[in-house]
Design a protein around this ligand. Structure first.
Ligand code: PMP
Length: 376
């Protein structure tokens, strides 16, 4: 293996809901869900049934035949996201979704310049850009003068950029809540300003919802909290609950032509079955409302810990900023309390649990955190 991942010394052998077990049968609480991927809980029975039944019929055929499953998915996604008139293009991952979004914007308005924001993470492929503050920007082949990084949540900087070169801007890409960058929520004012300026200058507003989307924030897209409509929404992670699938949802104002975008695996039968199962469960079990409710509960309780510097996020996308010297708390939560969490920076704990998380599981985490914070 090419050694690029720091590995926890745990082998997961079985999983159900927000609980996972290692090969010795030791139980863990999973509050990370493999980077926000596990949206409806591990091995949800409806999900397992739908994929298994699909696999027994047909697992894959290319995008050259009628695909009723894709139409069904487009319909249900349109309904649940409240964007029934948007068009769906399916692919396989978040980076690929963003790359297609940027490319589509460029086809649409014939421009090349992209505005992104400091602290953002949009992927690692050639057109997708990433710029987390604390990491070196690795320049992919096309990340040249075409990409400008402005400060996040800075309305003045945005206005100034559009004053200077607004007519060259093809797209503005922004996460509703920055994930990798430390759980930073885009302000309503900022998102509204992006909407206003992109509309005024004929640029495309791309809402990167790969991590913050799919109901996690309590609304389908976290940008919805600001009451703005983007032109393109990109999504992946929670979409397939572990089955790789990504997509962009595209405003009806952007018109397709044959060959404009393409993919080999995107939208295959199994991926569609997985994505449909996820949406059916989100709808049936009211998971968006639940994410908001349990998320609000967690954040209210977390704010009562005097030692915690800041609690940020929305719904079940939560960042807990600790003083620098408390960085090891996250590791201790795993080794001593058997709770998986994520990190944004060494002192920021990132919670991205399944939207099915129960109040009891939230309490288990709060008690464990209380215990660990007392160690320091
Ligand atoms: N956009 C955002 C906001 C992300 O958090 C990520 C993954 N961390 C990506 C894009 C890239 O997704 P993927 O790893 O599926 O390519």
């Amino acid at each position: 293996m090419f050694n690029v991942y720091p590995i926890n010394p745990v082998t997961i052998a079985r999983a159900e809901g927000s609980t996972v077990w290692d090969e010795n049968g030791t139980e863990y609480l999973d509050l990370y869900g493999g980077h926000a991927v596990i949206s409806i809980g591990h091995t949800h029975p409806h999900y397992v049934k739908r994929i298994t039944e699909q696999l027994a019929k047909i697992g894959f055929y290319s995008n050259s035949v009628e695909m009723p499953l894709q139409r069904e998915l487009a319909g249900l996604l349109g309904e649940i996201s409240g964007k029934a008139d948007y068009q769906l293009f399916l692919c396989n991952s978040g980076a690929e979704a963003n790359e297609n979004a940027l490319k589509l914007a460029s086809f649409h308005n014939g421009r090349r310049k992209i505005i992104a924001f400091k602290g953002a993470f949009h992927g690692r492929t050639s057109l997708a850009v990433s710029a987390t503050d604390n990491r070196k920007i690795v320049a992919p082949v096309n990340e040249t003068d075409n990409v400008v990084f402005l400060p996040f949540n800075d309305v003045d900087a945005l206005e100034q950029a559009f004053d200077e070169y607004g007519k060259e801007v093809s797209s503005v890409i922004v996460e509703g809540i920055q994930g990798v960058g430390g759980i930073r929520v885009a302000s309503d004012e900022f998102l509204k300003k992006i909407r206003g300026l992109t509309s005024a200058y004929g640029a495309v507003f791309i809402a990167d919802s790969v991590q913050c989307g799919y109901g996690r924030s309590g609304r389908f897209y976290s940008h919805d909290h600001a009451d703005v409509q983007a032109d393109i929404y990109s999504m992946a992670k929670g979409m397939g609950n572990g089955f790789p699938i990504g997509a962009i949802s595209i405003s009806p104002a952007i018109k397709p032509w044959f060959g404009m975008l393409g993919t080999t695996f995107g939208g295959n039968h199994l991926a569609c079955a997985a994505a449909l199962a996820v949406l059916e469960v989100v709808k049936e079990e009211g998971l968006m409302a639940r994410a908001e409710q349990i998320g609000n509960y967690l954040m209210t309780e977390l704010r009562k810990f005097p030692v915690i510097r800041d609690v940020r996020g929305r719904g079940l996308m939560i960042g807990i900023e600790l003083p620098e010297e408390l960085g090891p708390v996250r590791r201790d939560l795993l080794t001593k309390n058997r709770i998986f969490t994520g990190e944004a920076k060494p002192n920021i704990i990132r919670l991205l649990p399944a939207l099915t998380l129960t109040r009891d599981q939230a309490d288990r985490f709060l008690e464990a955190l209380d215990e660990r914070l007392k160690d320091y």
